[in-house]
Ligand binder design. Sequence first.
Ligand SMILES: Cc1cc2nc3c(=O)[nH]c(=O)nc-3n(C[C@H](O)[C@H](O)[C@H](O)COP(=O)(O)O)c2cc1C
Length: 312
Amino acid sequence: MKILGLSFGTRNGNNDTMCRVALEEAQKLGAEIEFIHVFDWDIKYCSGCVACSRGLVMGKGMICSQKDDYAALFDKMAEADGVLVVDPIYESGGSGLFHVVCDRMGPGHDLGMLFMADAKLKEQGKEGLDPKYLRKKAISFVGIGGSDWACRVETDHAMLAMSPSWTVIDNDWFSWSKDVIMQDDKIERMKQIARNLVEAAKDVDNAKWQGKEGACPHCQGNNFYIFPGTTHCVCELCGLEGTLEVVNGAFKFKFDPADEHKAHDTISGKKLHGDDIFRNEGRLMNLNKDPEFKARKMHYTAVCAPTPSPSK
Ligand SMILES: Cc1cc2nc3c(=O)[nH]c(=O)nc-3n(C[C@H](O)[C@H](O)[C@H](O)COP(=O)(O)O)c2cc1C
């Protein structure tokens, strides 16, 4: 049983240290461990070319136009039974590098798309995707902050698990943690997170959320977008729509149970989203031949040219 720790902090800084605290605990429990300091790896931005989703839909398998270490990083995650992400809190949310990894996970590693691609490859008489890409996985997140600005970090982090539909076991963050190596309560919590992840990774089919109950009963999310001037809101994590109501002194998110199949982390929700996208892409397919479209493109392109980078 293998636990992979990913740290997005500076070399041997607080994030690396807390990741190693957890990995040491996991090793004591018999897990094989591996640690990646993500800044050491060559991870480029998502270029937005959508070759990944196109490749999956057309039965070409998993492809990406960026030539870097992301595919190897994803393989490392896919081969581990449990993944622990430790990430510095930047601007109250996940770090920039974490967001890049999240974008790269994006549509090209969406479990619904992967299942579709697997079927398509087999339909063509080819070998399907490696089963390691389709299996369940336990993942936990920890954000480390130098102050107490952190209110978006939980949702940012859990977003990485949305695309591959991995099971989130813990999702925590520590504020005022520049000296976290000296804070025994946080070190103990980190060890508990490791123990929970190891247990979950042993029996991932039955693994469950171990953190505090969140306001959203579907995904445990605590961040909501409120449509201005209404009581209507959407859970920023799973995308279900409903209202926030006070139940036993705490906000609880209420949605119509008939809508739960639309949640973004379910295969049914992914299929709905995929179908919507295909319909829309179909509508756009011939737009490049449309004279009005070509005229508008030409008009706005001529308005101004982009300033070149001073360094490239
Ligand atoms: C660009 C930047 C933004 C930051 N924003 C926040 C923040 O919003 N909230 C917070 O608690 N700490 C913030 N910090 C502090 C970092 O979380 C802290 O430096 C980091 O956890 C240290 O990790 P390391 O020792 O592993 O590099 C910020 C730091 C940087 C560099």
